[in-house]
Design a protein around this ligand. Structure first.
Ligand code: PMP
Ligand code: GLN
Length: 382
């Protein structure tokens, strides 16, 4: 008999990022879809990694991450968010931010639990919830300013709600949580058995003099949070798949039970290199201005097209409306842009469970100026 199984994710196909990158490669288009830089990473970090390999750091590290790296992360958090975390008990190094989010959800979810999240939502959230037998409760952000409707959150919380996923700076909109959002969040969660999964992978990519508000800054919010980060976004090395999760000791203890039998530990030489490189604060402190310049450069070029920019306050991304340009839905229009005009973007509808068509596409501006210039040149013809 041929063995058979019941799919745990019957509604899931291939992610939009892979789909559009494959289409882009097929048509040799300029890929402003999937979020990754096309410029090089710091050579020093590469040298530190090869040095670590040559020095023989090629065996397993501690399952929770190299302590020297966790110490550097704790120092950074202390400085940026004025929060003393214990590197022994509150930090685990993970193979990327997505893994940290998945592990956090798997740590706390029981079948039938509900998790509130906001759409448009990064595409791993719902499958990560559903694979645990839990129920995703997607709430729409307001359009076109992509803010959280806290009254809607309040009315969606019930005794099955186990967690709420927060993502700021937000992918795909580039919108940032504001102080009043944290006040509302705190008020709603007060006295409730609800965890926060906080996706802060774009913490440094914040523009126009604004600051990133982290769950780590507020003791009451942190007490119920798993805060997830990615080195890929900080050091322009998304393919390294390195990140970490920070959570209070009792939550982290349980997180590590899931982690230890899933990947056990992360890439050793890279951890040695990151531990060394993290002491250079300039790199991550200058990231916001570097990406802001790219956002502004692309924005200026896009003024010569018929696309209309929506505000981006952070992340790698800016949304552009094609209202008045095409009647096609977002996915079909994104395919047309790739096939006919040679530029790839991501349809924002892919970040929703239900069908939506706001006629907006997400463009990744974490690219060389020459790439952005060439892409905008092609988009002028649309
Ligand atoms: N969260 C968001 C919002 C993202 O855009 C990404 C993509 N990098 C991740 C998490 C995952 O990061 P990583 O590549 O480190 O898994
Ligand atoms: N975070 C990236 C994006 O939003 C993609 C990551 C991935 O391809 N899984 O484009």
């Amino acid at each position: 008999m041929k063995p058979h199984f019941i799919s745990k994710l019957p509604d899931v196909g291939t992610t939009i990022f892979t789909e559009m990158s494959v289409l882009s490669a097929k048509h040799q288009s300029i890929n402003l879809g999937q979020g990754f830089p096309d410029f090089g990473m710091d050579d020093k970090l590469i040298s530190l990694t090869t040095d670590a390999m040559r020095q023989g750091h090629n065996q397993y590290t501690h399952m929770n991450g190299l302590l020297a790296l966790r110490q550097q992360i704790a120092n950074k958090v202390n400085e940026l968010y004025h929060h003393h975390i214990n590197p022994e008990d509150e930090i685990t190094v993970t193979p990327g931010g997505t893994y940290a989010l998945y592990t956090a959800l798997t740590t706390i979810l029981q079948p039938g639990d509900e998790v509130i999240l906001f759409e448009p939502a990064y595409d791993s959230y719902i499958p990560n919830i559903e694979i645990n037998g839990a129920i995703a409760v997607p709430l729409s952000l307001t359009f076109p300013d992509y803010r959280i409707d806290w009254n809607l959150v309040k009315s969606s919380v019930n005794n099955k709600t186990k967690a709420i996923i927060i993502n700021s700076p937000h992918n795909p909109s580039g919108v940032l949580l504001q102080k009043e959002d944290l006040v509302a969040l705190k008020e709603i969660l007060k006295d409730k058995n609800i965890f926060i999964i906080s996706d802060e992978v774009y913490e440094h990519l914040v523009f126009d003099g604004q600051s990133h508000l982290s769950m780590l800054q507020d003791p009451e919010l942190y007490a119920r949070s798993f805060v997830c980060f990615s080195f890929g976004k900080v050091y322009h090395c998304t393919g390294w798949k390195m990140g970490y999760c920070i959570a209070p000791t009792d939550l982290m203890k349980e997180f590590r039970k899931v982690h230890q039998y899933n990947c056990f530990c992360c890439n050793t030489p890279v951890q040695y290199a990151l531990a060394n490189f993290l002491s250079n604060k300039d790199h991550y402190l200058q990231l916001g201005s570097l990406l802001q310049q790219k956002r502004d450069f692309f924005y200026d070029q896009m003024k010569n097209t018929r696309f209309k920019a929506l505000p981006s306050m952070g992340s790698y991304f800016q949304l552009y409306s094609y209202e008045g340009i095409s009647k096609k839905n977002e996915k079909d229009f994104a395919i047309e842009l790739t096939e006919t005009y040679g530029v790839t973007a991501i349809p924002v509808s892919a970040f929703y469970k239900k069908p939506v068509n706001n006629k907006v596409l997400r463009f990744c501006f974490a690219k060389k100026e020459s790439t952005l210039l060439a892409a905008a040149g092609r988009l002028k013809k649309v």
